[in-house]
Design a protein around this ligand. Sequence first.
Ligand SMILES: Cc1cc2nc3c(=O)[nH]c(=O)nc-3n(C[C@H](O)[C@H](O)[C@H](O)COP(=O)(O)OP(=O)(O)OC[C@H]3O[C@@H](n4cnc5c(N)ncnc54)[C@H](O)[C@@H]3O)c2cc1C
Length: 294
Amino acid sequence: MEPPIEPDESDCCNSGCNPCILDVYEEQLRKYKQRTSSLITKNNCISLTSYAIFKLINIEKHWKQTFLFTFEYCGPQKGEPKVDASLLYKPGQHFLMKGKTYDEEFTRAYTPIPIENQSDLQFTTLIKLYEYGVMSRYLKKISIGRETLWRGPYGDFTINYDIQHMLLIAQGTGLAPLYSIAYDIVNNDECCTFLKLFFCCKDSNSIYLREQLYKLSTYWNFSYEVFLSESQGISPKYNEIIHPKKLRCDEIETYLKDKHKSVNILICGSENFMEDIKKHVLRSSVAEEDVFTF
Ligand SMILES: Cc1cc2nc3c(=O)[nH]c(=O)nc-3n(C[C@H](O)[C@H](O)[C@H](O)COP(=O)(O)OP(=O)(O)OC[C@H]3O[C@@H](n4cnc5c(N)ncnc54)[C@H](O)[C@@H]3O)c2cc1C
């Protein structure tokens, strides 16, 4: 978030406008300070350079092998100073979790997603477990109350709150950072960005965060469409737009028509998916610096 630019005394026309340009500046400065001060003065309970302990406090089955795992900060450890801490990160950033078995240690990235009314010492991640995955096997075995190790936040994407349009293209659990970004924008009264999400998944049962996406779509500036790679058994809920086909370049081009200079495009999924979609997007004369992959 950029600080507001201070107007010159001569920018005021002295005609008694309400609000005056100088008042508008003061108000913007107050909001800017309010937003940034919480990040500056509070201590972050998660660190970039050392692991902090978070206890697993809840596991909720989301769909088949996909679960919502919730963790809570355990507080400072022996010898560490007691400070007023919160869990601070930017939407779209991820944390690293360290897993351990008796003979090996391993680290994987997971993305916290916003949960309404959650304590600022907790976070939730949407995690898909793979049969032969090292961390997946570790996560399958851990139970509520288990202490786990995390560090972060990582990821350098910063939301441009002044952009007119944002196209979010997600595949599978790649939805997590893009959902987090969309949630932040719709809840920011000062941001007028129009958001469109194209979510790609296997079938209508694997539409992750379905209730949450529907809730976002009740905001004036968010809408989404789902693309299914397996078209059998479509069961739309609410007013969902579900396409029984994979996302193709025509849908992307249609959306981008007339928006080339006022759009950011965010893509998150497997390496192949991001590479493929980015190629399509760049063919539609969008500038490379307006395209972000996670
Ligand atoms: C920045 C970042 C953020 C991420 N955020 C999330 C998140 O929020 N939620 C989440 O679930 N994951 C996320 N991931 C992926 C996560 O870090 C792990 O890669 C994933 O959980 C698999 O780890 P694993 O140790 O179980 O599997 P590994 O031991 O690394 O892989 C073993 C086998 O598991 C299978 N496998 C692993 N990953 C995939 C895959 N993506 N697709 C298909 N098969 C696979 C393959 O068979 C693979 O050979 C993120 C990754 C990055 C880089």
